[in-house]
Design a protein around this ligand. Structure first.
Ligand SMILES: N=CN[C@@H](CCC(=O)O)C(=O)O
Ligand SMILES: [Mn+2]
Ligand SMILES: [Mn+2]
Length: 332
């Protein structure tokens, strides 16, 4: 595959604790298969098994254009490190590392196009793409790649985020805050519906204009204030009914949806964000267990602002959830 902005995974990206080579001692770094997809195909997935391909999106330009605190370009590297020592609780399934799409300087649109092409290549190879951001401008490229692959299907977008990211591009163009508005426009052009569910929206982080745009575009959202145990059934019910309206689901998690003590390593921290507790996990797993998941990503990790790697570890735990639920989901 010919690719711009592409770098294969660097040697040493996956390193961690080693307890030995017996199958019941293995960790992800011992099993992951690095692939240079500019030179050859991803490894074949054995019959009856599943594959997940990680892809880094190393980019600061979206957050820079959005006036935020840059540093998310180092997110993929930190996330790989934080995932490296996870134990292997599955057999026969393939974890591959497809490398990185790198945004050089201001070339955001080119990097997003490369991301889109690579995501659709990964899907074509029978893998689930799990994209490691990067700022939330990762969403536009990732979703375009999924929609490119699932041309005739309805792809719903589920975004765990404090923000709508429904801004219209400004003088500098697209940014980390415009992704879902851009997706809505593309859907309109193609005569397709825009199905968008934002979870964890903060009133104190979104202008009335953004709430208005959300209403105009027919976006669904559940505010952060609803994330209380007493609303458990309402939350899970709303997520389930959104999923039912779609053939495929693109899941994106903006790490600033979490409260600052859990996620200090993001551009825009939220003092009153979600707590990554059992209630959140139930909501997150409801999406992962649908059988419709077409891709997942984790955005806005900024290692230069992190404390004790806690944001990286939280994001890595969600990657672990994604892998476990995708590989071990019953009924397919
Ligand atoms: N991807 C982040 N988007 C937010 C950032 C807000 C901020 O930097 O305060 C937004 O555009 O609203
Ligand atoms: Mn956000
Ligand atoms: Mn966001």
């Amino acid at each position: 595959m010919t690719l711009v902005c592409y770098q294969p995974s660097v040697p040493g990206a996956w390193q961690g604790r080693n307890d030995g080579n017996d199958p019941d001692l293995l960790r992800w770094h011992q099993l992951i298969q690095p692939a240079d997809i500019s030179r050859g195909p991803l490894p074949a997935v054995p019959a009856g098994k599943k594959g997940i391909a990680f892809l880094g999106f190393s980019c600061d330009e979206g957050v820079r254009r959005n006036g935020g605190r840059t540093g998310a370009a180092a997110g993929p590297e930190a996330l790989r490190k934080a995932c490296s020592s996870f134990p292997v609780h599955f057999e026969g399934h393939v974890l591959a590392d497809a490398g990185n799409i790198v945004c050089e300087g201001p070339q955001l649109e080119m990097a997003q196009e490369a991301l889109s092409a690579t995501v659709s290549h990964i899907l074509q190879a029978g893998y689930l793409p799990v994209v490691l951001g990067g700022g939330h401008e990762v969403a536009f490229g990732h979703e375009r790649g999924i929609s490119r692959h699932y041309k005739d299907e309805v792809v719903g977008v589920i975004n765990f985020d404090a923000h709508f990211d429904l801004r219209e591009p400004g003088v500098e163009g697209a940014s980390s805050g415009t992704g879902f508005w851009q997706i809505a426009q593309e859907r309109k052009k193609a005569g397709q519906p825009f199905h968008y569910l934002a979870l964890g929206i903060q009133q104190n982080s979104n202008t009335p204009r953004l709430f208005h745009t959300a209403a105009e575009l027919g976006a669904d959202y559940l505010p952060a204030s609803l994330f209380q145990q007493k609303y458990h059934d309402q939350l899970v019910g709303a997520i389930r009914s959104f999923i039912q309206r779609n053939d495929r689901i693109y899941l994106t998690t903006c790490l600033d949806v979490f409260a600052a003590p859990y996620a200090p390593g993001v551009s825009a921290t939220a003092y009153n964000g979600l707590v990554p507790d059992a209630l959140f996990l139930d909501c997150f797993r409801t999406v992962l267990r649908t059988g419709k998941l077409a891709g997942a990503d984790f955005a806005e990790l900024n290692p230069s602002l992190d404390h004790d790697n806690r944001t990286a570890k939280l994001a890595a735990s969600l990657v672990f959830e994604t892998v476990m639920n995708y590989f071990l989901r019953q009924g397919d």
